[in-house]
Design a protein around this ligand. Sequence first.
Ligand code: HEM
Length: 117
Amino acid sequence: MDVLINVFVALHIIGIASLLGGFLTQMKAMGAGTARFTPAMLHGALVMLITGVALVGLNQADDQTVNNIKIGVKLAVLVVILGLVYVKRDEEKVDKGLFAAVGGLTTANIFIATLWT
Ligand code: HEM
């Protein structure tokens, strides 16, 4: 079971890489107001959701404690990210503030995941 959980943690990290990487590579474009939500960002956010839910189930099946409040906060933040990226996925230019908000919320979730023990 440990191996399976670690595989899903790795997939979870690949999801972060895709979502945050899509944001970071467009910071210059964001400054110019020409950034857009790329498929990598949308798919990364979806991977986060699927692997996150799977990790909750796997940890519970393995009788490991899961911090439900922390997971709830991460889930709420991700739902906002996913909603924004999904709704605006076809827009060729996304408002600077909105694009920055997605990067900020993603970064916030990384710190929630690592600092909230
Ligand atoms: C943008 C959104 C998210 C980010 C950046 C993120 C980040 C992370 C990181 C860095 C880890 C590994 C560090 C650790 O073990 O604590 C992790 C683990 C984990 N994540 Fe996420 N996560 C996100 C969304 C979610 C969601 C939506 C769920 C569940 C619905 C979830 C559930 C979990 C679980 C169960 C673990 C295993 C370790 C633990 O018990 O905390 N994550 N996440």
